[in-house]
Design a protein around this ligand. Structure first.
Ligand code: AHM
Length: 337
């Protein structure tokens, strides 16, 4: 008798995917399960924020020169911890850490993956109860399996990711991950404490009506970006509009919404910061991978995000990402410029 399982947990889903590839080792599935575990732990603490003394600054400044919140440190330690004690990861790079961490023990040295993550993105929003998130990208290492991983393993172009995902700690907590085969979303079922498949095979609608950008920086954007924003504001029934502007200031939540509903998210360079604010390895690459697998596009305004070969761990990049039709229209302005 075959029991009809309508809702699969994250573990069941990854195992089911494995069954389709009898030669697969299960390392990636195990890594995703580790990430799911860390996400559940972070979720518990995020939900306590306000009740216990986990808010506020930890009194240190991270490598980006920003104040580090206590919950950032907690999240960083949880994700690093599960990956270090798991069996699938040779080392990690984190937005919170100056340098990569090479795990360098027998099991880790024999693992074929490295992971780059932003443990708590949008953390400026923690103390006002707005959605925040974790973002991660998984790469197959280029150094020899059996040896400690190296810095070069972390400086690969985003198109070398084998998987990427994010967790949004919001009105419900969701984990969304992509492999080249598709994008799937899992909602945390608090009743059983498991991520359960709620959004199978996510596709980014080719057109949308939401544009997300920090309007406060408008006069610091390049003319072509300003022109496109003006176009968004002038859309009406005659030309695919009206558009609506939605910007939470928490990238995970902003891009998650646009991925499901259709839309474009922009963090352009400004006169003061030509490369913008977002980090290529921890924020842009994972989202570019997810959105492309879902059918959308992601560029830095000049080239595909996933084709950029990084030179530094913490380098920043402008980001334009979202529904294909909206991206094409934006690109027509950027090209003219
Ligand atoms: P953080 O790493 O300090 O949390 O900053 C990243 C966040 C993104 O989630 C968001 O898209 C962006 O910063 C918002 O920046 P701004 O306030 O400049 O619009």
């Amino acid at each position: 008798m075959i029991v009809n399982r309508k809702i699969l947990t994250l573990d069941e889903f990854t195992l089911q995917q494995l069954r389709a590839f009898p030669s697969a080792t299960g390392e990636l599935s195990s890594l995703l399960r580790d990430i799911g575990l860390a996400a559940k732990r972070v979720n518990v603490e995020v939900n306590k924020a306000g009740l216990v003394d986990i808010l506020g600054d930890a009194g240190t400044i991270n490598v980006q020169g920003e104040d580090v919140k206590k919950l950032d440190i907690y999240a960083n330690n949880q994700f690093m911890g599960v990956l270090q004690h798991g069996i699938s990861c040779a080392g990690i790079g984190s937005e919170e850490l100056d340098e990569v961490v090479v795990f360098d023990d027998e099991v880790s040295n024999n693992s074929k993956y490295v992971v780059l993550f932003d443990p708590l993105d949008g953390s400026g929003n923690i103390d006002v109860n707005i959605s925040i998130g974790t973002i991660f990208g998984v790469y197959r290492r280029i150094s020899k399996v059996g040896t400690p991983c190296t810095a070069a393993d972390f400086l690969q172009a985003g198109n070398r990711q084998v998987a990427a995902g994010y967790i949004v700690y919001g009105s419900s907590t969701m984990l969304v991950y992509a492999t080249k085969r598709g994008v799937n979303g899992f909602t945390l079922d608090q009743g059983i404490g498991e991520f359960s498949l709620s959004h199978p095979d996510i596709k980014c609608p080719p057109s949308g009506r939401i544009y997300s950008v920090n309007h406060g920086n408008f006069f610091q954007y390049e003319k072509s970006v300003q022109q496109y924003i003006n176009v968004c504001q002038k859309k009406d029934k005659t030309n695919g509009g009206p558009y609506t502007q939605r910007y939470i200031g928490s990238m995970v939540a902003d891009v998650h919404r646009n991925l499901l509903k259709g839309g474009i998210f922009m963090y352009p360079g400004t006169t003061g910061k030509p490369k913008g604010k977002l980090r290529l390895l921890y924020e842009c690459n994972p989202f570019a991978f997810i959105v492309e697998v879902a059918g959308g596009k992601a560029t830095d305004g000049k080239q595909r995000i996933l084709d950029i070969v990084p030179t530094e761990l913490h380098q920043r990049s402008p980001l334009f990402i979202g529904s294909t039709d909206m991206m094409n229209e934006l690109e027509s302005y950027l090209k003219e410029a």
